[in-house]
Structure formats: structure tokens, C-alpha cells
Design a protein around this ligand. Structure first.
Ligand code: ZN
Length: 106
């Protein structure tokens, strides 16, 4: 494990997410609502905090994702793209065989 401050933050955050995932996967109809009520607002707040750091400029480019001082920012923002893919793109939205290794989606 990385013993830097970031390493400790990363480890504790990964532990929280692993624990939350495990609790969610093993929850039943009685235990799922309290978990969702307690943890969902915290996860949403965390995602909002991250995305607040990635607000696009007037051209839709994210200054936080810019890698070089005078380089162009990627569009769309990588944080927004990752959040969108994780939360809003379902299996049905993906191109046929997109998850099959070795097969082209074109
Ligand atoms: Zn960004």
C-alpha cells in the first residue's frame, strides 16, 4: 500500500466502496432500504463534489481535465463521461457485442 496521505485516502475510500458494494449485494428487502437511505445521499453528494470540480467552460471543455497549461481540454470531460457511462448507459444501450473481446462494434 502507498503510505502517502493519498494512499490512506485511497485505501479508506476503496474500503468504504467495497463494504457498500458487499452490503448492497447481500441486502434483502428488509435491509436494503436502510442502506439506501443512509448511504445513497452520501454517494450522490460525493459524486456532485467530484463533478463540481469538472464544470465545463463556455465551449464545453473542462479546465480540470486539461493536461497541459496551453493544451486543449478534452470534450466531453472525462469525469462526466465516466459518471454518465456508469450511471446512465445500460446494457441495452451498448452496441451489439460491445462487451465481447475480439469482436468489432463497427
Ligand atoms: Zn473534467
Amino acid at each position: 500500500m502507498n503510505n502517502s496521505i493519498f494512499g490512506h485516502l485511497e485505501s479508506s475510500l476503496n474500503g468504504y466502496l467495497t463494504d457498500l458494494t458487499r452490503r448492497g449485494e447481500s441486502a434483502d428487502s428488509a435491509t436494503a432500504p436502510p442502506i439506501a437511505q443512509a448511504e445513497l445521499p452520501r454517494v450522490v453528494a460525493a459524486l456532485h463534489a467530484v463533478l463540481d470540480e469538472h464544470r465545463p467552460d463556455d465551449q464545453g471543455r473542462c479546465p480540470t481535465c486539461r493536461k497541459r497549461l496551453f493544451g486543449r481540454s478534452p470534450a466531453p470531460c472525462r469525469a462526466y463521461l465516466a459518471a454518465h457511462l456508469c450511471l446512465l448507459v445500460t446494457e441495452d444501450d451498448r452496441p451489439f457485442n460491445a462487451n465481447t473481446p475480439g469482436l468489432s462494434t463497427h
